[in-house]
Every structure is written in C-alpha cells, then in structure tokens.
Write a protein that binds this ligand. Sequence first.
Ligand code: NAP
Length: 260
Amino acid sequence: MATTTLTETRVPLTPPLQFKIALVTGASRGIGRAIARELADRGATVVINFRNSVGPAEELRQEIEHNGGEAHLLRGDVSNRLEARRLVRDLLDIYGRLDILVNNAGITRDRSIRRMSDEEWAEVIETNLNSIFYCCSAAIPAMVDQMYGRIINIASFSGQAGNFGQANYAASKGGIIAFTKVLALELAKYNITANVVAPGFTATDMLSAIPGDILDQIRSRIPLRRFAQPEEIARAAAFLICDGDYITGQQININGGLYM
Ligand SMILES: NC(=O)c1ccc[n+]([C@@H]2O[C@H](COP(=O)([O-])OP(=O)(O)OC[C@H]3O[C@@H](n4cnc5c(N)ncnc54)[C@H](OP(=O)(O)O)[C@@H]3O)[C@@H](O)[C@H]2O)c1
C-alpha cells in the first residue's frame, strides 16, 4: 500500500501589530526602550520619543531596523505642553494615524515632604502626570476618527501603596491610575482601551540613583527577592495591546509581590 507523507505547509504568521503605529514616550532608555523593542518585534512601526538621549535612541532605531522592523525618532520634552502636542502632531503628519500610545516617560526627585522644594514637586508632576494629559488629548481625536486606540500608562506600585520619600512621585502615579479610569470610561464607545501597567522596582537607570545598601534592603522586602527586568514590564504592555481587546480601565501589577 502506498504511504502518503504528510507535508505541512507552514503559513507564516502575520505579526499581530503589522500596520499599527505606536508612540512610546521616553523610549531611549529603560522600560520605554524595552516596550518599543517588544512592539517592533510584534510588527508595529514604532516612534521612539526621548528628551536628551539621542545616541541611545538612534542605537535603538538601528537595532529595530536591523531586525526587519520600522522605527522613527522624535525628540520632545513631554512635560512641556507645546512640545508634547507637537510631538503627536508631527507623528500624525508623518503616518496619518496613531494606534498605540504608551505614556512611559517619567522621573523621580525623591525627598521627604518636609524637605521637598516646590520645584521638585512640580517637575515630577509635570513630567509624570501632566505629560499624559497632553499626549492623550493630542492623540484622542485621531483615535476616535479611527475607531481604534490602545493607551497604556506606566504608573508604579508607589502610586498604589505609597513609598517613603516619594510624595511627588506617588501622587503623580496615583493620579495616572485615576486618570486612566476616566480615559477608559470616556473612550470605550470609540473602541479605545486605556490601561495601567504598574511596575515594582525595575533594573533601569532610575534605580541607579539609589545607594547599594538601600537597594539590598528593598530587595529583601520583595517576595520574589529580585528586581524586574524591563523586558518583563514590556511583555505585560504588549499583552494588553495585542490580546486585551476586552480589557479596559485595569491595572496590571508587575512587582514581584511587593504590593498585592
Ligand atoms: N525603574 C523602576 O523601578 C520603575 C518602577 C515603577 C515605575 N517606573 C516607571 O517606568 C517609567 C520608565 O522608567 P525607567 O525606569 O525606564 O526610567 P529611566 O531608565 O530613567 O528612563 C526614563 C526615560 O524617560 C525619558 N524622559 C524623562 N523625562 C522626559 C521628558 N520630559 N520628555 C520625554 N522623555 C523623557 C528619558 O529620556 P532621556 O533619555 O532623553 O532623558 C528616558 O528615555 C517611568 O514612568 C517610571 O516612573 C519605573
């Protein structure tokens, strides 16, 4: 009897984010960089925003293109309302649409409330929280026209649990969580979802501002006994974007069990 050989014809999978345009703020370093890379790997055209670090941003653009992806650099200080809105306008001029907005840019200026200056308070609120309002308000009209949008706002466990010396930072991150719920409510009818990714301590330049002995103390308080890698945060953001069509107004905590 003749035997038939079963030959599988493998149809190449279409990358889930093919033809999608993504803006990641603060993508030159750390978590934003990992998110930009992850979205590019999944087929999105990624706009890498940064404020100062043109070298690392350009290096990331080249890496993405080397791997067959598409990326574009747009410098802009998102804490400045004119620059933030110009950033989104420039992106729309280039691509004509914006599908994915990841509001990631953030800073710390840690000090106890008794010693914190008005400038340290304001700089953190402007960079971490006001920037998100500026970028969202500029992006939403295009997303509404498209009847599609995925917004990810990067908060922190500090905005959920509080953290000593971080009144400005915790207030900005708690504000992001509340703002995201309103975004989700107001935009759901346009098929736009908005969610928060809330990292715990993550191995980036942001942690390098903390002295080594304090880092050891922090690590010992984390149930999983280690800091997150930026790629672990990026995969959660990508999950919400690629597979989260029915998820909106939620927070995904990636903190090794630090806050439950
Ligand atoms: N690392 C952590 O432990 C941790 C924990 C919880 C939440 N987060 C949050 O995760 C996000 C990323 O943090 P990270 O640890 O990756 O920080 P990072 O390594 O210090 O990188 C910060 C990024 O934000 C950009 N940035 C800062 N201010 C900006 C502005 N005004 N306009 C545009 N870009 C700006 C920086 O650009 P330049 O390179 O040009 O300065 C850089 O690309 C932040 O929102 C942070 O609050 C971090």
